[in-house]
Ligand binder design. Structure first.
Ligand code: NDP
Length: 497
């Protein structure tokens, strides 16, 4: 027998939560059913807008342990002093499908990590792929529309997907990864995570370094074919993560960075800020820096995983952005999405709140003063709300110039105009990937491509074949043969029908 009394949201005890107040057995309900109305009105508002991308997610808490002191490269507090530990929250997701889709779509996976450092939260809002489909953010809405459901039928539309890719050779590298065996991870635990973008470090001497992050799974890479995935329950990856953590089988990743100096960036043959390109390991070897381990499931999916708000603009002293054009756009677009979805004060929610003091002059807005154990829960009370002010002796916060980022260099003769990158090398690295695949991986890649591409228009197929040929002649030959086989099967089927 519990001694907890059921209450309304204003804390008053509830006498009866099962029966509405009614004008007799056969009569209508009355207007003083405010308890019933409160329940229904709140129920109507249980959902916040679904993320347009990365809607379907799984999250867990854990710890990042630094194994290599990085003071030479960065002033970031959590990266100085081997052995230091930092709490993290990691949200995995598929990208294209809505909340109602499957965990096992052939789709990149989001790999977003919030590091709750003592100098504020750093979010690495990455994916399980080291590159992305586009290098210019102006294409993002068109790209996503082409990969989601058909606007008329509300069905998957492979022809539209390939139509976008045929018109954008810059997608070939990422498309090759997506159609490879890695396109459907066996679980969230069995895949790598990458910053994909080039980020930066800067140190106490004011030197900047360009950095790519790689989280390599310690569970080993494990993948599924389309046929394997078709037989699995849509929520299987969520179940796998929750169960593994509940069993005490804590999934972990080895954290590595690739580091490029500013001088190397000036002369390197590949644009280091192009999101469709990797830095070859032979030129920029992985440097192991620590372990990331997940060890705690969320208590409440909506409050934590659904309301988690990651943004590449959540940076800390010693970690900066880079001229990567897609990253630059995400610095705006991600916090904008969270202000719309969760609200102007999304950063006050416990999952998003820093674990260090927060002092600023922003005030008010919807839900200001959300109760949070780590942050202000009183909208900063009576503290002064403008800057500059004359109240430093009373504890009013002031900027700290010692954490100023060194000036960002402009790396070329500057001009301002629409930058058309369509003539860049879109093919070499896709070819490098194809050539490192085993025979089995190549077969999976070719069959996966042929399945979707065979449904596209002839002109789309021709443009895609031309792209494959520029990456590797064998890549194109095999896709061509697979398309002919698919066509033959299709013709045989039509003849027999
Ligand atoms: P390396 O041989 O040094 O590295 C190859 C990388 O490819 C490994 O990190 C491996 O990851 C990864 N890989 C293997 N199969 C696949 C696949 N089907 N999809 C995605 N990644 C895969 O070569 P380079 O550094 O010279 O790069 C060659 C190509 O490898 C690149 O063009 C790129 O497509 C791919 N790649 C490169 C990465 C990089 O940062 N250099 C990162 C990931 C991919 P793992 O160790 O987990 O098996």
């Amino acid at each position: 027998m519990t001694d907890q009394v059921l209450t309304t949201v204003n804390g008053a005890p509830v006498a009866d939560d099962s029966n509405s107040i009614s004008a007799g057995e056969r009569g209508s309900l009355t207007f003083d059913n405010f308890r019933m109305m409160e329940k229904l009105a709140h129920f109507n508002r249980e959902r916040i807008p679904e993320r347009v991308v990365h809607a379907r997610g799984s999250g867990a808490y854990g710890v990042f342990e630094l194994s290599r002191d990085l003071s030479d490269y960065t002033i970031a507090d959590f990266l100085r002093g081997a052995g230091k530990t930092t709490e993290v929250f990691l949200r995995f997701s598929t990208v294209g499908g809505g909340q109602d889709s499957s965990d096992y779509a052939r789709d990149p996976r989001g790999f977003a990590v919030k590091f709750y450092t003592q100098q504020g939260n750093w979010d690495m809002v990455g994916n399980n792929t080291p590159v992305f489909f586009i290098r210019d953010p102006i294409k993002f809405p068109d790209f996503v529309h082409s990969q989601k459901k058909n606007p008329q039928t509300n069905l998957p539309d492979p022809a539209a997907m390939y139509e976008f890719w045929a018109n954008h050779p810059q997608s070939l590298h990422q498309m090759t990864i997506l159609m490879s065996d890695r396109g459907i991870p066996y679980s969230h635990r069995h895949m790598n995570g990458y910053s994909s973008h080039t980020l930066s470090f800067w140190n106490a001497a004011g030197q900047r370094f360009w950095v790519k992050w790689h989280f390599k799974t310690n569970q080993g890479i494990k993948t599924l074919t389309d046929a394997d995935a078709a037989g699995l329950p849509p929520f299987g990856a969520q179940q796998d993560l929750v169960d593994a953590i509940d069993r005490g089988e804590f999934p972990s990743w080895t954290a590595n960075v690739q580091i490029m100096t500013e001088e190397e960036a000036e002369s390197y043959s590949v644009n280091p800020f192009d999101l469709t390109k990797i830095w070859p390991h032979s030129d920029f070897p992985l440097i192991e820096i620590g372990q990331l381990t997940l060890n705690r499931n969320v208590e409440n999916y909506f409050a934590e995983t659904e309301q988690a708000a990651f943004s590449p603009s959540n940076l800390v002293p010693g970690i900066g952005a880079s001229p990567d054009k897609v990253l630059q756009a995400r610095l705006f677009a991600y916090p904008d999405a969270h202000r719309y979805r969760v609200g102007a004060n999304h950063h006050q929610l416990p999952v998003n709140a820093p674990r260090c003091p927060v002092n600023h002059y922003q005030r008010d807005g919807a839900m200001a003063g959300t109760a949070c154990p780590f942050s202000h829960s009183d909208n900063q009370g009576s503290a002064v709300n403008f800057y500059p002010n004359d109240r430093q002796s009373a504890g009013a916060p002031v900027p700290d110039s010692s954490v100023a980022e060194p000036p960002m260099p402009i790396l070329e003769d500057a001009w301002i105009k629409a930058y058309d990158s369509s003539a860049d090398d879109n093919f070499s690295q896709a070819g490098d990937l194809y050539r490192l695949m085993s025979e089995d991986q190549k077969n999976q890649l070719i069959n996966n491509i042929a399945g979707g591409l065979s449904q596209a228009e002839a002109s789309v197929r021709q443009r895609m074949l031309a792209q494959f040929a520029k990456a590797d002649a064998d890549y194109a030959d095999r896709v061509q043969n697979a398309l002919e086989r698919a066509n033959q099967v299709d013709n045989d089927y039509r003849r027999s029908a």
